[in-house]
Design a protein around this ligand. Structure first.
Ligand SMILES: [Zn+2]
Ligand SMILES: [Zn+2]
Length: 302
């Protein structure tokens, strides 16, 4: 077994850091000809972008729509960071089966495919981070691929069930994963019923903003920012991306101690998702939130 495959994060393994030989961060020979884009995913993806940009020039969109768009962004981003990422991918805290379903449903409403698909791809990212086998490394395969290319590629369509056996035990999560479009379509219909065509614009705009907010962690947070820890990859800490994503910008912290619920480790490292989870803990909805290993916080500093 090579060093690269030791201590992998499968959601139930306690070890934190993936120890590696000295990494090679040179760019691979990987161009758009290698992307193998899926028309089924790409056409709606680009049509929604065009619609969101063009509609305000064609019809009057009232200013009040900024409110529901902001609220949907906030709730959706929390569902992605507190749900998809810190709960389903890393199992950093515990919750009930009902709240687990609610988190998965809300996260899927952001149009980022199914809960098992997301968690499996993310676990794979930690296991292979910035190696040639990393699905979305910007340093190995470029910005555009790591931002949105990989998610639209036919090669990444399948859910790797072997990486999420702990989650696939739940029939309701398998069902959601299979019919991944149900939550986002439900939100779309509800918005349409409430506000007509303006509702369509609200739902589509929030989804586009949530896509790019989330994607920045894969594309920018491995390039821009500072590195506190020797994490054997290019992950960075970036305040601006932490604000945009409610706390995910402390990505170097996270790659080093991935089983911690809290990702902002020190004073000033704002982690809104962690704050919301603490409120949910006080309400009894989640429990056993994990802290970073305090005695080790300074031990792997660069
Ligand atoms: Zn992670
Ligand atoms: Zn990463």
């Amino acid at each position: 077994m090579s060093l690269n495959s030791l201590n992998v994060d499968q959601g139930s393994v306690d070890s934190e850091l993936i120890e590696r030989a000295e990494p090679d961060f040179s760019r691979m020979d990987f161009s758009i000809r290698d992307w193998n884009l899926s028309r089924f995913s790409s056409i709606p993806f680009f049509l929604i972008h065009i619609a969101v940009i063009a509609v305000p020039f064609l019809v009057r969109i009232p200013l009040w729509t900024l409110w529901p768009i902001s609220i949907f962004y906030f709730i959706g981003m929390f569902a992605v960071t507190g749900g998809y990422h810190r709960y389903f991918s890393h199992r950093t805290y515990k919750t009930s089966r009902g709240f687990q379903f609610a988190l998965a449903f809300l996260a899927q409403a952001t149009g980022q495919k199914g809960v098992l698909w997301w968690a499996a791809h993310h676990r794979h990212h930690h296991r292979h981070s910035d190696l040639p086998t990393d699905i979305h490394s910007p340093v190995k395969k470029g910005f555009w691929w790591s931002h949105w290319g990989w998610i639209l590629s036919k090669d990444q369509d399948a859910t790797r069930f072997d990486l999420v056996r702990d989650l696939a035990r739940y029939g309701e999560l398998r069902w959601l994963n299979k019919f991944y479009y149900v939550p986002s379509l439900s939100v779309l219909v509800l918005c349409c019923v409430a506000w007509g065509y303006v509702g369509l614009f609200v739902a589509a705009t929030s989804v586009v903003l949530l896509w790019h907010g989330t994607f920045t962690i894969n594309s920018l947070c491995h390039v821009f920012g500072t590195q506190r820890y020797k994490s054997y990859d290019t992950s960075r800490n970036n305040l601006w991306l932490a604000l945009l994503t409610l706390g995910e910008g402390w990505h170097n912290n996270h790659h080093t101690y991935m089983h911690s619920t809290r990702q902002g480790f020190f004073w000033g490292e704002i982690d809104i998702t962690y704050g919301i989870l603490k409120i949910l803990e006080s309400l009894g909805l989640v429990w056993q939130l994990r802290e970073p290993p305090l005695e080790k916080l300074n031990s792997r500093r660069l």
